[in-house]
Design a protein. Structure first.
Length: 227
């Protein structure tokens, strides 16, 4: 990990430590319009179609997705690097662990049928750490599901290439501060991550609002291959 990457990864963690409480309130009070109208339903629909018996939610935040899936008889475990978010999740019930992404390869978790990263792969090396640890937390043939901002929509006026971008809390309340940087990946870069780390890319979905021609998010589903 370069010094630059290490600095940016630490800035991401620092931001979420500061914003854990307002984030929890925003999710639980349904203040994030894009999630309420499109992306929450999209990720739940994708996961239920896979019919897993067990699931690991990586970057679970305050735990909403685990709670939603537990109602469908899926044994869910959530992990997150931020203590306050894990505590918020635990207070609602369920199994949650404080765990840094870089420690996933040695995590005290049983291999699961499916793992999901729902808008939780923000960094560069931390994202690579998740993919690199997949054989530890997924059963043979297990599925990894990623939902992220769609690269075409999220690129904005920047050059369409991988690289660090400044974060923003635009559209959120004034309680949010110290926006986290994030690592932009092109569509090809996301696809290549799956193949590079031993996945067959089985699905690519592009949830799109009814009032727009541009996809709001990208959902990728990969199956871990032996080897």
């Amino acid at each position: 990990m370069s010094l630059g990457d290490a600095h940016q990864e630490q800035a991401i963690l620092s931001s979420w430590q500061v914003n854990a409480s307002p984030w929890t309130d925003a999710v639980r009070q349904r203040q994030i319009a894009s999630r309420e109208t499109l992306t929450n339903a999209a990720i739940i629909e994708t996961l239920l179609a896979l019919k897993p018996d067990s699931l690991l939610d990586i970057g679970c935040g305050e735990g909403w997705l685990c709670r939603a899936l537990s109602g469908h008889n899926i044994a869910c475990t959530g992990v997150d690097a931020i203590d306050d978010l894990v505590q918020q999740a635990q207070a609602k019930g369920g199994r949650y662990l404080r765990l840094d992404y870089h420690d996933l390869a040695h995590a005290p978790v049983q291999p699961v049928d499916c793992a999901v990263c729902n808008f939780s792969l923000i960094g560069k090396t931390s994202t690579e750490a998740v993919f690199g640890a997949a054989s530890h937390f997924l059963k043979a043939g297990g599925k990894l599901v990623v939902q992220t901002l769609h690269p075409v929509t999220a690129c904005g006026e920047h050059t369409y290439e991988d690289g660090w971008r400044e974060g923003s809390w635009q559209g959120f309340s004034e309680r949010f501060q110290q926006a986290a940087p994030w690592y932009f990946r092109t569509l090809l870069s996301w696809q290549s991550l799956f193949t590079e780390y031993g996945f067959n890319l089985e699905q690519q979905r592009e949830p799109t609002p009814a009032d727009s021609d541009l996809p709001q998010s990208l959902i990728l589903v990969g199956k871990l291959t032996p080897g």
